[in-house]
Design a binder for this molecule. Sequence first.
Ligand SMILES: Cc1cc2nc3c(=O)[nH]c(=O)nc-3n(C[C@H](O)[C@H](O)[C@H](O)COP(=O)(O)OP(=O)(O)OC[C@H]3O[C@@H](n4cnc5c(N)ncnc54)[C@H](O)[C@@H]3O)c2cc1C
Length: 493
Amino acid sequence: MDEDVDGPVAPDAGERIPPHRHTGRHARHAVVIGGGIAGLLAAQVLAAHADRVTIVERDRLPGEAKARSGVPQSGHIHVLLVGGQLALDTLLPGIVAELREHGAPEVGMPGDMVQWQSGIWYRRTPSTAHLLTASRPLLEWLVRRRVLTDTRIETVQGTEVVGLLGDAVRTTGVLLRERGAGARAARECVVTRALTADLVVDASGRGSRAPEWLAAVGAEPPAEETLDSGLAYASRVYRPGEDDGITDTIGYYVVPDPGQVCGGVALPMEDGRYLVTLSGVRGSEPPSDEAEFADFTARFPHPFLYEWLKRAEPDSPVRAFRNTANVRRRYDRPGRRPAGFLAIGDALCAFNPVYAQGMTVAAQNAVALREALADRRRTPTTRRVQQALLNSARQAWDISSGADREMPGVLGDAARTRAADRPVTWYLERVQRRAGGNPVVGAAFRAALHLSAPLSVLFAPRVVRAVLFEPVPHTPAEPPMWRESDGPVSDTW
Ligand SMILES: Cc1cc2nc3c(=O)[nH]c(=O)nc-3n(C[C@H](O)[C@H](O)[C@H](O)COP(=O)(O)OP(=O)(O)OC[C@H]3O[C@@H](n4cnc5c(N)ncnc54)[C@H](O)[C@@H]3O)c2cc1C
């Protein structure tokens, strides 16, 4: 687990950020860099505190559920965990129902899935957590549509931020470069102009260049913690085979771990087609070649996905993605950094996508931003708000970095297992061996992984009893193709 770093408040970042609009005295302008999930949700929160919010987005944002080049990961599986559903609904009430109305499938865990994890096939007991498995373009479009109805929020599209205005003490805006309409013009610097703001929020994703921009104005870039398993993704859309209805299975999931370094997942999208994403760590990367795509699944513990793919019909090219390291930028730590600059979403903390946490954390970051700005007992200084944002990503970081540290060949300065973590690692291994067969342990494990309950749920008395004193439960020897008959659901611990 990570210790909380809570040094002295840096005087430069101690200045108040925009006050609540009901109490504020000044006209305030906030700029959000990036119109992805984190940027949209941050803008929605800031609109209640600033007079005006401008989202600067390098892409032109489509008026429909369509992939765009600024989010290259959108062609890969993007499930929304329970914690993300709750956070999104807190920010945009009714959005989850809207997603369902647009066809977003709900896939129950463990009931609806054939799941192989930690060396076992999970029993298909009644589900205690449901994934929403809409495509990323649909989810982002519905969020965008809702957020942009707020007249206080405007967008500057086809324009990228290339630097910060101000100095190491205060950020006063951003420097913009418009992208031309043609391909040639897009590569060239067409126009550069300044946009002033009282607050700048970096939501430009895992490729954020804010550390360089900060250095360019004389500020200290944040320390970066990285942990890279070298995991690569390859994804392809399929139409399921006609004889697929012979089982009640909705999703297929092989989770990579130190003993099974390649994995795969097949889940339905809103249009009935399936998105199949294969993954493998450094040295076991999935092929981006169409002819070899399905063969990769022969390396799984059972050929069930291979057989499923043989019956299904490919409906897209194979898309590959490699930049999957866990990266945490420690803006919360003391340093000579300006007031009025915050980072959120992947720009603050990006995760190995195999744990499906990123969008959930972006939404939980936005909830934390809302709470920090609304807290009348504490002045929302830049550094205090940044700490709240980082705290809201801490559980996800502990999960993904904790699991990745065990992967072979992992690189990065956060790769070392500390002696203090060993008892927790020992306990979590026992949890994992029981999560697939013991419904009480399984429900607690899923709640923690879905970021809908704190990690302490794994130490609830019923869970501890099962983990420490009960034998490893029976699990199926083969992939279970049917749900277990509906018994009592145990989602309490
Ligand atoms: C392969 C893969 C699979 C994933 N699967 C899942 C999953 O199953 N579930 C899940 O919850 N998460 C998943 N994630 C993580 C998820 O994609 C991110 O966590 C989430 O998109 C974070 O949102 P964001 O807004 O911070 O960044 P992004 O979605 O990356 O958005 C950044 C935005 O900023 C814009 N931008 C960038 N630079 C500039 C600039 N200089 N000026 C203006 N605009 C700029 C970009 O065009 C983009 O619109 C996955 C990630 C990957 C890589």
